[in-house]
Design a protein around this ligand. Structure first.
Ligand code: GDP
Length: 458
């Protein structure tokens, strides 16, 4: 394969920066541009060693930077090819200049994800592990990063291989039956095939179900804060954001003008759909309007409905209570520091059957109880990363679901005593789907699609 090079650190000024190179000619190119302080022949340099020296501009022999070069020798490297990493000072210009030297001396510019793609094509990692690397880079919470790290360790691949092995064993039995129909083993193998398939079905269903947790880890939970004007919505939002001191990003909503603030509670990302911006623009005397609440509620996984406990419920409050019936929700009775109207005992509130949290947001009281309700509501404490395999990737989820469908069709064929060669069509299909997850059999298009999501230099 050709030799590729790229800047692997972020395109910004930093203490150090890294240019990476991988491929057959990697060390030849390095020889041309790198002058070692204590020169040693490449064959005498062991893998996993670092050498100090200077990178030279081969067009004018001037020094570009003082560097440390790490050597990795085939197959013990990230790509399983000869590789080096040039650690320079982290200026953008310096890094570009070093990259240019690699390119003018024979390397080609790597495509996004090409280093990892090579690791996959060279058999060092499988597809689920490559996908885990993207997820680790993009992780927004510690738990998501942990789950991706588990996947990088190969937990998911191991499980898929185990399941595939069971199916391959089954195929062997079935093929024997097709090849030697004169032996009367049909009855026996029919029963054991059914047992094995049911086992496979159960395991796949368990994996598929874990995606509920996986989706939460990856995408977070969307919260909408709704309530009448002055109930304390903005104060609540600010208190949550301040308390957690973890506003990661403002993500512009994919639809319309909703802004999402992100906050990590209990290691899980929560996205708060924030209509504050819209509200401010429309000034204080606006009609807050149930319409806006509806819109916000529609886009959420859970609603936090805020009421001013120092006032009786108004007609807008009552309409808001109606909205809660269709969604997971928590009722926040705010301003408990003021004179109380005892809203928690009001018929309309009680009828919703939703958990009630009493707060005095202004004094930052009651937030812990709110978090506890949210964590319980989504069983977040039960997302146990140590013992359980969790699917976080929608591609895996889709393929597992397809495999479940084929398993059920095969079971059905068995039940109907279809000819064994018909049954084996669906069984082969299960193998195909599972093989697509790990990359054992996967089309070029899918590979291209997966690696295009990587950043440059990875
Ligand atoms: P929003 O219109 O629902 O977003 O309400 P705000 O968060 O802007 O709050 C309206 C007013 O209520 C502000 O003057 C807040 O300072 C006040 N407020 C918010 N929470 C509390 C609270 O717990 N106790 C008291 N006494 N006042 C509060």
């Amino acid at each position: 394969m050709s030799t590729i090079a790229a800047i692997s650190t972020a395109p910004a000024i930093g203490g150090i920066g890294i240019v990476r190179m991988s491929g057959e000619k990697c060390f030849d190119i390095l020889e041309k541009i790198f002058v070692q302080k204590n020169p040693q022949k490449i064959e005498n340099i062991k893998g996993y060693t670092i050498k100090y020296g200077k990178i030279i501009d081969t067009s004018n022999n001037k020094v570009i930077d003082e560097v440390l070069v790490s050597y990795f020798k085939c197959p013990k490297s990230y790509t399983a090819e000869n590789m080096c990493e040039i650690n320079s000072h982290g200026g953008i210009i310096v890094l570009r200049k070093i990259l240019e030297m690699c390119l003018t001396n024979g390397a080609k510019l790597a495509e996004p994800g090409e280093f990892t793609k090579r690791a996959f094509l060279n058999g060092r990692i499988d597809l689920t592990q490559a996908e885990a690397i993207i997820d680790i880079i993009n992780a927004k919470s510690s738990r998501e990063a942990q789950e991706s790290a588990n996947q990088l360790e190969g937990f998911l691949s191991k499980k898929i291989h185990e399941i595939r092995k069971k199916i391959i064993d089954l195929m062997v039995d079935i093929e024997a039956n097709i090849d030697y129909p004169e032996y009367d083993i049909e009855e026996v193998s029919n029963n054991s095939a059914r047992e094995k398939l049911e086992e496979v079905e159960n395991e796949l269903v368990k994996l598929s179900k874990s995606f509920e947790s996986g989706k939460i880890l990856k995408e977070g939970i969307k919260i909408a804060i709704i309530g009448s004007p002055n109930a304390g919505k903005s104060s609540l939002l600010n208190a949550i954001l301040k308390e957690e001191r973890a506003i990661v990003t403002d993500i512009a909503g994919t639809t319309r003008d909703i802004i999402e603030e992100q906050v990590i509670i209990g290691g899980i990302p929560f996205k708060i759909i924030d209509t504050a911006g819209i509200r401010d623009a429309e000034n204080k005397i606006e009609q807050i309007g149930i319409e806006k609440s509806k819109k916000t509620a529609k886009n959420s996984d859970v609603i936090i409905a805020v009421f001013d406990n120092s006032k009786e419920l108004n007609s807008e409050d009552k309409e808001i209570l109606e909205l809660l019936k269709e969604k997971k929700s928590v009722i926040v009775l705010n301003k408990m520091d003021l004179v109380s109207c005892d809203l928690k005992n009001k018929k309309e509130i009680k009828e919703t059957n939703r958990p009630i949290v009493e707060t005095a947001v202004k004094e930052e009281k009651g937030l812990d109880n709110l978090y506890k309700e949210l964590i319980d509501m989504f069983n977040l404490n039960q997302i146990n990363l140590d013992n359980e395999l969790i699917i976080t990737n929608i591609r895996h989820q889709n393929l597992i679901n397809k495999a479940i469908e084929s398993t059920r069709m095969a079971l059905n064929d068995l039940k109907m005593s279809m000819p064994i060669d018909i049954i084996s069509i669906n069984i082969k299909q299960i193998l195909e789907y599972l093989g697509e997850i790990t990359g054992d059999n996967v089309s070029e298009d899918i590979i291209k699609n997966i690696f295009s999501k990587f950043c440059l230099g990875k």
